[in-house]
Write a protein that binds this ligand. Structure first.
Ligand SMILES: *Cc1c(COP(=O)(O)O)cnc(C)c1O
Length: 370
């Protein structure tokens, strides 16, 4: 048997008719830039996030960059985030000419450890970017409390967590802004790049809207430096078809996660650490990530057996060559560095089949118990 990390083909079969119809509609209308589908998904995703404003942008990386700029983050400002994330989180901070300041993770959730934030706050700190890694929201209450105390913005990197909740609160509801990615592999994936900023803060949303069209407002008048970074109308049309399915797809992911966890825990005990959903959270399992012994060996073994797995993320951002001038060294963020050695993500997508899961579970057991 062969099992891919992610297989989008089954999903396409279900929505194909509607997607093709809507793409044809866009092409027939010739409204390719900021048309009615962009507006529709902005409204629907903002509403889902219990926010007033949604601003569709070109990708999730730009969404973070634009949200930072719209929040007033400037050259030399410091932005606190996690090192255990996709490059774009810190890349967007650096592109805003600000300085990423990394805080270690909570080893249970892999998200930023709020108890370690205050010690890195300085006069220059302007914002905190918690990343809701693998589909589970970071511990937002203490983060918001710290942000209020020091008058900092909180911008949630929710690229992996659309539809997740924390103590009944949606992504975007508690912070200055949240950012989504519609990269094809994300829980709500377009058929190309896409992203969005959602916010309850009127002037931040307004700034973001101006920045995505070259800082132009009114047209051909430029008071701020912007870019060309808009959510494409064709991608918005695809998203408009997929969005109504998202709650069911999240539920399917959760079922698959529960099944993996039940079956792996039955036999493997502490050889594998299965993901933990913190009470009060709704985890949307963008990834199903284990912490395992002999990780690289297991990965090669599974590959030989036809099962693809991924390591998110093998090299923490504070160890990336591009950030060497920040001056971090091995040992600075021990939980992050440990997770980078032990984490292994298994195939996860809504259409994953029981037989495929049984096969994967069987092979993992075989590896450790042989
Ligand atoms: C995917 C991702 C991004 C970037 O999104 P793109 O749309 O690919 O630019 C940012 N942060 C995290 C945590 C991601 O997983």
């Amino acid at each position: 048997m062969k099992v891919q990390m992610l297989d989008l083909s089954e999903q396409y079969k279900i929505i194909k008719h509607e997607v093709l119809q809507k793409l044809d509609e866009v092409m027939s209308s010739s409204q390719f830039i900021l048309g009615s589908y962009v507006k529709q998904v902005e409204n629907n995703i903002a509403e889902m996030s219990k926010t007033k404003y949604g601003i569709g942008v070109a990708n999730g990386s730009d969404a973070i960059h634009i949200a930072l700029q719209a929040a007033g983050v400037k050259a030399g400002d410091e932005v606190i985030t996690t090192s255990f994330t996709f490059f774009a989180t810190a890349g967007a901070i650096a592109r805003a000419n600000a300085v990423p300041v990394f805080v270690d993770i909570d080893p249970i959730t892999y998200n930023i450890d709020p108890s370690k934030i205050e010690e890195v706050i300085t006069e220059k700190t302007k914002a905190i970017i918690p990343v809701h890694l693998y589909g589970q929201m970071a511990d937002m209450n203490p983060i918001i409390e710290i942000a209020e105390k020091y008058k900092l913005h909180v911008i949630e990197d929710a690229a992996q967590a659309i539809g997740s909740t924390y103590k009944g609160k949606q992504v975007g509801e508690m912070s200055s802004a949240a950012t989504y990615s519609f990269f094809p592999t994300k829980n709500l994936g377009a058929y190309g790049d896409g992203g969005m900023v959602v916010s309850n803060v009127e002037n931040l949303a307004e700034q973001a809207r101006v920045i995505r069209v070259h800082g132009s407002k009114p047209k051909y008048h430029h008071h701020v430096l912007g870019y060309n970074s808009r959510l494409d109308e064709m991608q918005a049309a695809v998203l408009s078809v997929k969005l109504p399915h998202l709650p069911i797809w999240s539920e399917d992911r959760r079922k698959h996660a529960a099944y993996y966890t039940e079956k792996l825990n039955e036999v493997l005990g502490d050889r594998v650490v299965t993901p933990v959903e913190i009470e009060g959270n709704y985890h949307v399992f963008h990834q199903y990530t284990l912490r395992v012994e002999r990780r690289d060996e297991l990965q090669s073994y599974l590959k030989e057996q036809g099962v693809s797995t991924m390591i998110y993320y093998p090299i923490p951002l504070h160890m990336q060559p591009v950030f060497k001038d920040l001056g971090y060294k091995v040992g600075d963020l021990p939980e992050t560095e440990k997770a980078a050695q032990e984490a292994l993500s298994l195939p996860m997508f809504p259409e994953l089949k029981r037989e495929q899961q049984d096969y994967i579970i069987d092979k993992i057991k075989g590896f450790y118990l042989k």
